[in-house]
Write a protein that binds this ligand. Structure first.
Ligand code: 13P
Length: 251
């Protein structure tokens, strides 16, 4: 099988429903479909209805979910509620872990709940700057993968995506170099190979991805796509990153 690229935009807490709809309409005009390309946007919950089904080339994901199906959990959204509105769901984004104190155990329950509801979870992992400087990057990421992916079995692996997002590179303008990213991606590929032999699980890189660095990042052997924050909020920048993927696909 040839190369496949996932180009994903995490909008975080930006864009109203109307702005989200306008964005997807405008984005759809800026790129043509190609075999091997998957474009996903992750808008806030309040925009999911507005963008769901707008354009078949722009896939939709949620930024979070709660692991219970329903109940007295004020303010939370379940995987069941996302069905039909979102195809993907981020779990364990570093902002969820750091700002909202989500543990690896919480992240694992969310991932399993997403799978049980038929969604495709994107498990986010990554180290802090002190962890990198202490040489703990690979151990940190391995631990997050071991705990986050516990209990995944059989055909469910086909719906799992992993995103490596070094925390020191998120929103800082300081991306991991392609070589730094590739080193961790190779390690993640090895870990996933032990858990799910023979499955081609996409591994995305995230952290200050811009049009200018996207081509070189995507060209790395074990980078199967990018998860873009800031630059995914602008149609011209996000579509330029999509075009980097298209270029490498030869489309
Ligand atoms: P930035 O691209 O703004 O650094 O954000 C990365 C990110 O957190 C994507 O999930």
């Amino acid at each position: 099988m040839g190369r496949q690229y996932v180009i994903a935009g995490n909008w975080k807490m930006y864009k109203t429903a109307e702005e989200s709809r306008e964005f997807v309409r405008a984005l759809a005009k800026e790129f043509s479909d190609a075999p091997g390309l998957t474009v996903i946007v992750f808008p806030p919950f309040t925009s999911l209805q507005a963008v769901s089904g707008l354009d078949p080339r722009v896939h939709i994901g949620a930024q979070n979910l709660f692991f219970e199906e329903q109940g007295a959990f004020t303010g939370e959204i379940s995987a069941l509620m996302l069905r039909g509105l979102a195809e993907y769901a981020l779990v364990g984004h570093s902002e969820r872990r750091q700002v909202f104190h989500e543990s690896d155990g919480d992240v694992n329950r969310k991932l399993l709940a997403a799978l049980a509801a038929g969604l495709k979870p994107v498990l986010c992992v990554g180290e802090t700057l002190p962890e990198r400087e202490a040489g703990q990057t690979l151990d940190k990421v391995k631990g997050q993968l071991d705990r986050g992916l516990a209990g995944v079995t059989g055909g469910d692996w086909e719906r799992v995506i992993v995103a490596y997002e070094p925390i020191w590179a998120i929103g800082t303008g300081r991306n991991a170099t392609p070589q730094q990213a590739e080193e961790v991606h190779r390690h993640i590929r090895g870990t996933l190979g032990e858990k799910a032999p023979g499955r081609a699980i996409p591994i995305l890189y995230g952290g200050s991805v811009k049009p200018e660095n996207s081509l070189e990042l995507l060209a790395q052997e074990n980078i199967s796509g990018v998860l873009v924050g800031g630059a995914s909020l602008k149609v011209d920048q996000f579509s330029a990153i999509i075009r980097s993927g298209l270029k490498l696909l030869g489309a």
